[in-house]
Write a protein that binds this ligand. Structure first.
Ligand code: TNX
Length: 511
């Protein structure tokens, strides 16, 4: 006890910390409300993390925070699962029943010179709040106020919750395959910016990337190549589960996509009875779209789809199943309608809510289905008429595979060149007259025709994906390019520490 009080004494002497400004921190997305009080909490070797007792998920969140603090500062903070009495020098992650915390994923963060209290009434909210806390820990310590290192965390109050409930990014693992480790790294980056959804585009003409136990040739044959003729690859169901669990630990859901009836060449090569384009099918390593289709009038095709949706749904805890439905240029209109309506019933039967690219709005499906708007305003209007929810992924603004400019090393430009400012400066709340009440959220898709390794993925995704996190979380009043630009520049040390090969946009004065 004597030793402990001596430490406390030591700690109390560390008061001469500089003035701070919480609002000028490195926070992205910008929280709803920030009140700075200009003092500092000393994060040092005496700080301890506490989490509420009997609060599911909270101890793991405490451990997650400790690991991240270790990674940033090299401090080893203990994590205690108990209510705190003496709040001196603690970070307390508290399950609170405050009514102010009613919104989904809401949290409050109170930083005073004595303590840091993170309140949320859900583990999800607490996890989002932990990301804010990670972001406001300064990059460098102060080494002159004590004989040990001190990180001066700016004090103040943050009250926060997201504008949109769906905040996603898509990775196309079909055109080029990416490993479990690559996907985990991408998830880590999304988590830091409060994304809650990872959409995996698992199948396309060039590859089938998810093991289906009842149809093994899908991966044996259909997973054997990729664009450019490399060896391809696929996730076993165990691999997929590993990704799903890793994402779940970060309060991110996985949306699996099996693209059909078009974009199905790899499936049809594996099982030729599926093919409906009347041609002989072969493995495809090019980048054209729109040449393949399932045979929509064969019952056995739906038996096949039932197996695929059943197996994937069984290992997917999230509520959604994405059936693609885009660019089915060689499927007759009536066949397309018939197909989508049948698949919707299969998806429902397996307990999932269907998402499809905006073309699905041309069919007679239920209003519970969700349209992912990528290019057709007409289709978006049809979805609105049906009362469907819409995920905003306009290619001209939100496609991560569009080149920044003519000099970009990777990417396409069929929709637009999207420099870092263009990606940020638009208002999803008011885009193409789509009413706010129809908008479920925003997703930034990364198609992989032109990228074949994680470095190249990162070049296209960062920094633009950081901007989409702010568009989907922060209120329009809290979004401002000039201010964002500064906060984005401050992300460089984090991105470097994470070894992210981001595109150093010349519009940003990188730190
Ligand atoms: C269009 S967007 C596609 C994809 C391509 C992408 C390339 C959409 C629903 N379909 O098949 O990969 O363009 O940017």
């Amino acid at each position: 006890i004597a030793f402990f009080s001596c430490e406390t004494e030591k700690k109390k002497r560390v008061l001469n910390l500089p003035k701070t400004d919480l609002a000028m921190g490195d926070m992205i997305p910008m929280p709803k409300k920030v009140v700075a009080t200009e003092k500092a909490f000393a994060l040092d070797q005496f700080t301890a993390i506490y989490t509420s007792e009997n609060a599911e998920g909270f101890p793991e969140i405490g451990t997650f925070l400790a690991e991240k603090i270790k990674g940033k500062t090299d401090l080893d903070l203990p994590v205690n699962v108990e209510e705190v009495n003496n709040r001196e020098g603690v970070i307390y992650i508290n399950l609170s029943d405050s009514l102010e915390l009613d919104a989904t994923e809401a949290y409050q963060l109170y930083v005073t010179p004595d303590s840091i209290i993170l309140n949320s009434n859900t583990a999800e909210g607490a996890f989002r709040g932990v990301q804010t806390l990670r972001q406001i820990i300064p990059e460098t310590s102060i080494d002159t106020v004590a004989e040990y290192k001190v990180w001066a965390i700016p004090t103040g109050k943050i009250i926060d919750n997201p504008v949109f409930e769906y905040r996603g990014s898509m990775l196309d693992v079909a055109r080029h395959f990416f490993s479990v480790e690559d996907v985990k790294k991408y998830i880590d980056l999304l988590a830091y910016y409060k994304y809650n959804t990872l959409h995996l585009h698992l199948t396309d003409d060039q590859g089938w990337r998810i093991e289906i136990k009842s149809w093994p040739k899908l991966t044996e044959v259909g997973g054997s190549t990729e664009v450019g003729g490399e060896s391809g690859g696929f996730f076993t169901q165990e691999d997929y589960t590993e990704i799903v669990n890793y994402a779940a630990d970060r309060y991110i859901i996985v949306v699996p996509e099996v693209d059909m009836p078009g974009h199905t060449n790899a499936a049809s090569v594996s099982y030729p009875f599926l093919n409906g384009n009347g041609k002989k099918v072969e493995l495809y390593e090019g980048t054209h779209v729109g040449f393949s289709t399932f045979d929509t009038r064969k019952d056995t095709v739906y038996t096949f789809i039932d197996d695929v949706v059943r197996e994937i749904s069984a290992i997917t805890p999230g509520p959604y199943f994405h059936m693609g439905g885009d660019e089915s240029h060689v499927t007759k209109k009536n066949d397309y309608k018939y197909f989508v309506e049948k698949v919707e019933k299969i998806v429902k039967k397996h307990g999932k809510r269907m998402i499809g690219w905006d073309e699905i709005a041309t069919t007679d499906i239920d209003s519970t289905a969700i349209a992912q708007f990528w290019s057709s305003k007409e289709n978006a209007d049809l979805a609105i008429k049906k009362g469907m929810k819409i995920i905003m992924s306009p290619a001209k603004k939100a496609y991560l595979d569009m080149q920044y400019d003519t000099l970009s090393k990777h990417g396409l430009h069929w929709a637009a060149y999207i420099p870092t400012d263009t990606a940020y400066i638009w208002t999803p709340e008011k885009y193409e007259g789509i009413p706010l009440e129809n908008i479920l959220g925003i997703e930034a898709p990364l198609w992989s025709e032109t990228v074949s390794n994680i470095d190249e993925v990162e070049y296209l995704a960062f920094p633009r994906a950081i901007g989409y996190s702010e568009l989907s979380w922060s209120t329009p009043e809290n979004r401002n390019w000039e201010n964002y630009k500064v906060r984005l520049a401050n992300q460089a040390p984090f991105l470097d520490r994470m070894d992210v090969k981001y595109y150093p946009s010349p519009l940003i004065d990188w730190k």
